[in-house]
Design a protein. Structure first.
Length: 398
């Protein structure tokens, strides 16, 4: 999906927000109909029946009729697709769309192809009921039949064309690389490279903490609280842009250099889930919060390193060349002699085998095991590599 930065005028921004509100209203109404269905009731209406109801609602309400019918119908199509994905088990349950958080609309058909290029840096798209809206040309405009306009919490508008990019061809060298994902080191390669996902600087983190403290002192519903929330959202958006850029560059680089990409089969969503509070045995009405702050810090580190996004983009750019390896004891197993013991991992970065005395960076050692396809059972028995010819060489020090 090719995304561009959109720059609407104040009048166009107000019109876009109205369109987003209408699309959100249609989505939430369809969700309410679907959520009320039970086994003893008639099945909820599908897309065709909801389209008829939308036509009747547009004839009855002028504020809904003032918007684009195509945008509102696409909201129904998106909801119908979300329900089908939920029943297929590939996505979660559809949720409510909230104002300020879920601002977006989708344009399809001939309108989506009406794009005019003004210069080398600027172009414009014809948005229904809004007019020609400018966007910045950061790459070539793809040939797409639909696009989506979204607004993030920082107030930035984006236009994304729905296109499927071509996969990156394999170099044909037969090389395999293991990628060990971590918090201190975002991605350690079996070649000895240590890649760190950039985040906020020390100054930006201090400013974020200062803004969060000011937000706590603001009165709920005040204009100052709204300004603080926007300022905090801008810092989070900056960190998100850097993380996405790092994921795109890293995934493209790995897909171009190696034929086989081996990663740990980690369930990131379950690993970053908020822990449940434990009841206090002395006071049953209260809960113990010990360890929740440490778990929250680990969750933030995992999400800031882009674990899931890296695997997703590698799978899309190198289809059929990504292998997921069982992560059991890969960080405690020596990549040379195969000895597995918890004493091998002396610290976060130091690995020293107690059997053969080999020293290496702990994450790089784990990446070599991942590249070799090694898996260790709970009885600490080292299994044979999946393919010994793909095991890369590693220097004695990181």
């Amino acid at each position: 999906m090719s995304r561009f930065r959109l720059y609407p005028t104040p009048t166009q921004e107000a019109a876009l927000l109205r369109q987003c509100g209408q699309a959100r209203f249609v989505w939430n109404l369809a969700l309410e109909q679907w959520a009320m269905w039970t086994r003893d009731r008639r099945r909820p209406p599908g897309y065709i029946e909801q389209s008829r109801q939308l036509t009747e609602a547009r004839s009855a309400f002028a504020w809904l009729r003032a918007g684009s019918q195509m945008v509102q119908q696409q909201a129904l199509r998106d909801f119908d697709q979300a329900v089908r994905h939920f029943y297929a088990g590939s996505h979660g349950r559809p949720t409510w769309r909230k104002a300020g958080l879920c601002e977006g609309l989708r344009v399809v058909g001939p309108k989506a192809s009406r794009v005019v290029k003004f210069s080398r840096r600027w172009a414009a798209a014809d948005v229904p009921k809004v007019g020609w809206v400018r966007f910045r040309l950061s790459r070539a405009i793809p040939d797409a039949k639909s696009y989506r306009i979204t607004r993030d919490r920082a107030g930035r508008w984006h236009l994304a064309f729905a296109v499927v990019p071509e996969p990156i061809p394999a170099p044909g060298t037969g090389e395999a690389v293991g990628v060990d994902r971590g918090v201190a080191v975002s991605a350690a390669l079996s070649t000895g490279e240590l890649l760190i996902c950039p985040g906020l600087s020390a100054t930006e983190r201090a400013r974020l903490k200062h803004l969060q403290r000011r937000l706590e002192r603001c009165r709920p519903g005040s204009a100052r609280r709204s300004r603080m929330k926007v300022a905090i959202a801008k810092l989070h958006a900056r960190a998100g842009d850097r993380r996405r850029n790092w994921v795109e560059q890293t995934s493209t680089n790995l897909a171009r250099r190696f034929d086989v990409l081996c990663l740990e089969n980690l369930r990131t969503a379950q690993m970053t889930r908020r822990p449940k509070p434990r009841p206090d045995p002395e006071q049953p009405s209260k809960y113990l919060l010990n360890g929740r702050h440490a778990k929250a810090a680990v969750n933030r580190g995992i999400l800031a390193s882009g674990w899931g996004a890296l695997v997703t983009r590698l799978t899309q750019k190198a289809p059929g060349r990504v292998e997921l390896v069982n992560p059991a004891y890969t960080s405690q197993t020596c990549s040379v002699c195969g000895h597995c013991a918890s004493e091998n991992r002396q610290s976060q970065a130091v690995f020293r085998c107690v059997a053969c005395g080999r020293r290496a960076h702990a994450d790089v050692n784990a990446a070599v095991n991942i590249a070799a396809g090694r898996a260790v059972s709970a009885r600490r028995e080292t299994l044979e590599p999946v393919s010994s010819k793909r095991e890369p060489q590693l220097a004695t020090s990181a």
